[in-house]
Design a protein around this ligand. Structure first.
Ligand SMILES: Nc1ncnc2c1ncn2[C@@H]1O[C@H](COP(=O)(O)OP(=O)(O)OP(=O)(O)O)[C@@H](O)[C@H]1O
Ligand SMILES: [Mg+2]
Length: 272
């Protein structure tokens, strides 16, 4: 299995400014802003091979989205190495984005006031997809994601479930080798979740696209990922099969997976 993703000791901090509160808060903020340093990633390393589907879990604020943003080239880390298909995302931006697709469940990648079809046409130009390839690929995605009836609608008028199907098509139009998904199932109903999982599984099987997805829904992990990585407080805390987590944190036979994960998160909080 050829290696496609390699992160080595990635560090990233943010500086956040606290707002004073109370009377004259705005005025005081102009003179004395208290800066606080948040270490979002504190030495994250992992490797992912071609065709893998890796699930990334961890408590709120753990550093999952930051990791996805570093890998997609949206954020530049303070230190460490990140190689995606042999390239450093923030150094070779254009070559990098032509090989990856990104889906953020919490944020649309589509043009808000533009119809879905026009967004696709814009992406065709952005990625310089040849006519024939675009026609084939868009027809295929429109069919499998069942979005034919949505093409004339502006993104802002779509329901969340409808929008997510369009987002997936948009992210895959240029046939990337790697797909990053940050909470792709957030807010979806049961049917939409099952459809999305089935689509990702089939896409991975058919085109071999490598996927890394973050989620809080353990059913996503169980349905899609043989391998799971756990990030907590900006560090990689586990990398392996989901069964290994069961083995380590399950209190009893047949325990619900959310209870097991909650036990692990509590354990992590006690560690430091
Ligand atoms: N743009 C930013 N400015 C300041 N702090 C940030 C920024 N983005 C993230 N952080 C901080 O970095 C840490 C990691 O955030 P991140 O969004 O990566 O967490 P996450 O694992 O995706 O959490 P969640 O499950 O809630 O989405 C948090 O403490 C967060 O407050
Ligand atoms: Mg996040």
């Amino acid at each position: 299995m050829a290696e496609q993703i390699r992160l080595t000791d990635i560090q990233k901090h943010f500086t956040v400014y606290e707002r004073p509160d109370g009377k004259w808060a705005l005025l005081r903020a102009a003179f004395s802003r208290k800066a606080r340093r948040v270490q979002a990633l504190d030495g994250v390393s992992f490797r992912i091979g071609e065709g893998e589907i890796v699930g990334c879990i961890g408590p709120n604020g753990a550093g999952k989205s930051t990791t996805v943003k570093v890998m997609s080239g949206i954020l530049t880390p303070d230190a460490g190495e990140c190689l995606i298909l042999g390239r450093t995302p923030w150094k070779e931006r254009i070559a990098h984005v032509s090989q990856i697709g990104v889906v953020f469940g919490q944020r649309s990648q589509l043009w808000w006031d533009v119809s879905v079809a026009d967004s696709f046409a814009l992406l065709k130009d952005v990625y310089a997809i040849p006519d024939g390839q675009f026609a084939r690929r868009s027809a295929e995605l429109i069919e499998t994601l069942d979005i034919g009836g949505l093409l004339k609608t502006p993104a802002r008028q779509l329901s969340l479930g409808q929008r997510m199907r369009c987002e997936l098509a948009a992210a895959l139009l240029h046939s990337p080798k790697i797909l990053f998904l940050d909470e792709p199932t957030i807010g979806l109903d049961a049917v939409a979740k099952l459809t999305l999982r089935a689509f990702l599984k089939e896409e991975n099987r058919r085109s071999g696209v490598t996927m890394l997805l973050t989620t809080h829904d353990m059913d996503d992990i169980e349905a899609l990922c043989r391998r799971v990585i756990v990030i907590g407080r900006g560090r990689l805390l586990y990398d392996g099969a989901i069964a290994g987590l069961r083995g380590k944190y399950a209190a009893r036979e047949g325990q619900d997976i959310d209870e097991i994960i909650a036990a692990m998160y509590r354990d992590m909080a006690l560690e430091s």
